[in-house]
Design a protein around this ligand. Structure first.
Ligand code: SAH
Length: 522
């Protein structure tokens, strides 16, 4: 970037979509990834910030519509300033930037200042929130037009920018944004201008997110219903016959984990697969990395073992982490998959086998039962004089090597990695608060170390602390990936209610979904 003061940046006015992070466009994502600064609103999902490059400035400018954290003029000035500094700016706005997003005003300001901008349209809540509630804004034979209207304006105002008389019956479907505070006035205007009082109405709050809530009624009773339920913002108001399609077309809220907040304790680097799978089933995956994978304190033994891998009869890997660390060491020493020669390879669990396959090694044995006890059954009974290398976590259990030795094998154990306290450390108080408020539905554990670290982060080192952790977990479903993890959790006083039948991420999610299926989230 030029530093002589003539360099001019560029502002991308990006639609962040209505809430579900998957509803950002590919172009929006690419802009976020390349931005030097990200300027974002309350309605833009925070999770999108993860796409920003490391070191990008993240500037929050919006709060509730009634108390702006920053006035529009200040936001405009900020965009101009950042672009003048030569920065690429991602201006992230909820929904679509040009649908009640004041994106037009920001663009005008930039144009006046002679600065470049581009508009990246987004999925607007006006269409997406009804869609996630099972309401199409148009439908053959039911609605052939829709209008999107601001509900922000007080309908009792003497001079209105909205022509209620024409609007009330002009389009088959009317979608109001920012209208919850004025709901009684909006309803009164529509009825006064000829919309029948029996017209169906739906309110969709936090649409497309795991907090989505929907309330239906008619123009005659929706105000009363909304008051009774204290149904608040942000919500869209959908008026029209299409609302009647909801019972037949509802889909998002039918997902087995819809509305559930599920804590993911896996290491950050591995959490995404579990989080994505949970989100697919409607859950909010709340990441709390209880562990982090780090190199062993002394890497020499691992490198040594890697160089000599071809001299063993068997190498046993117990996790994908172990495989990755082992191959990193092997490659650092100038070796590759060929260094294995005739050495046979065993992998505990299909995920470990997949990690090996990525390195070009097909495992000779993948025990059906995905734990140390299982692998013993998959190996020859007589291991007399065989040389076996076990590559695994520094803090691993002793069952496997002990049994191999009992069968006559000569066993070398090598620490491929160790697990340490993860980044969840920085969110402990947030987690405690959510647990305290009963806002956690389930916590998933994918290894003994995730349990141990989470309990210790919550202060469960002492007997007293343990009791406190038990109290925090009352009402929380504890889900474990397999018997070893379950055992650790129970030893630490947790009540494990869900255990995966197949000891994999997919198995864990399936068991959790089965547990919650048919029970309404509250
Ligand atoms: N540019 C945005 C709208 C901004 S105005 C868009 O295209 O979606 C803010 C209003 O949008 C809110 O008052 C609410 O009516 C609506 N809104 C935004 N996100 C929403 C969501 N997830 N669910 C329901 N309504 C939402």
């Amino acid at each position: 970037m030029k530093r002589d003061g003539t360099a001019k940046g560029k502002v991308y006015l990006i639609g962040a979509g209505p809430g579900d992070p998957g509803l950002l466009t590919l172009k929006g994502k690419a802009c976020l990834e390349s931005a030097d600064a990200v300027v974002y609103d309350r309605l833009a999902n925070d999770r999108l910030l993860a796409y920003a490059k490391p070191g990008a400035e993240l500037i929050y400018v919006g709060k509730e519509s009634s108390r702006h954290a920053m006035k529009q003029e200040e936001i405009n000035a900020l965009l101009v300033k950042l672009a003048r500094e030569g920065k690429v700016v991602a201006r992230l706005k909820g929904g679509d930037p040009f649908v009640f997003g004041r994106g037009g005003e920001e663009a005008e300001t930039l144009r006046r200042a002679g600065l470049a901008f581009e508009v990246v349209p987004g999925v607007t809540s006006a269409i997406a929130a009804p869609a996630y509630a099972g309401i199409p804004v148009t439908h053959r034979g039911v609605a052939s037009s829709f209008a999107v209207i601001t509900g922000h304006e007080d309908p009792q105002k003497a001079v209105s920018a909205i022509n209620w008389e024409k609007l009330a019956t002009a389009a088959d479907t009317l979608v109001f944004l920012m209208g919850m505070e004025n709901l009684p006035g909006i309803v009164a205007q529509l009825v006064a201008h000829g919309r029948p009082a029996r017209t169906p109405v739906a309110l969709v709050r936090w649409g497309t997110t795991t907090d989505q809530g929907v309330l239906t009624g008619t123009l005659s009773d929706i105000v009363e219903r909304a008051e009774a339920e204290q149904f608040g913002s942000p919500a869209v108001i959908v008026v029209g016959e299409v609302v009647n399609l909801r019972p037949a077309l509802s889909w998002f809220e039918e997902k087995p984990l819809f509305g559930r907040r599920v804590v993911v304790t896996r290491a950050r680097a591995q959490a995404s697969k579990l989080s994505e799978r949970l989100a697919e089933l409607g859950a909010e995956a709340w990441e709390f990395p209880a562990i982090r994978v780090a190199p062993p304190e002394d890497e020499r033994p691992l490198r040594q073992a890697a160089v000599q891998v071809g001299t063993y009869d068997w190498v046993i890997f117990t996790s994908a982490n172990g495989v990755e660390a082992f191959f990193a060491a092997l490659q650092a020493e100038g070796g590759d998959a060929r260094s294995f020669g005739g050495t046979r390879v065993a992998a505990i669990g299909s995920e470990t086998a997949e990690a090996l396959a990525r390195q070009g090694i097909r495992a000779d044995a993948v025990p059906e039962e995905f734990r140390a006890e299982g692998i013993l059954a998959a190996l020859p009974a007589d291991l007399q004089g065989k040389r076996i290398l076990v590559a695994r976590a520094a803090e691993a259990r002793q069952v496997l090597p002990a049994e191999l030795r009992r069968r006559g094998a000569e066993v070398d154990e090598v620490a491929a990695y160790r697990t340490i306290i993860g980044e969840g450390q920085g969110r402990v108080e947030e987690l405690r608060h959510l647990l305290e408020a009963g806002e956690v539905d389930a916590v998933t554990f994918t290894s003994s170390s995730t349990v141990k670290n989470l309990v210790s982060l919550l202060g469960g080192e002492s007997e007293e602390g343990r009791a406190e952790v038990r109290r925090l977990f009352s009402g929380v479903t504890v889900a474990s990936i397999g018997p070893i993890t379950t055992k650790t959790a129970r030893e630490l006083g947790l009540n494990v209610q869900v255990e995966a039948a197949e000891y994999t991420i997919a198995g864990l999610v399936e068991a959790l979904a089965g547990h919650f299926q048919g029970r309404a989230a509250v």
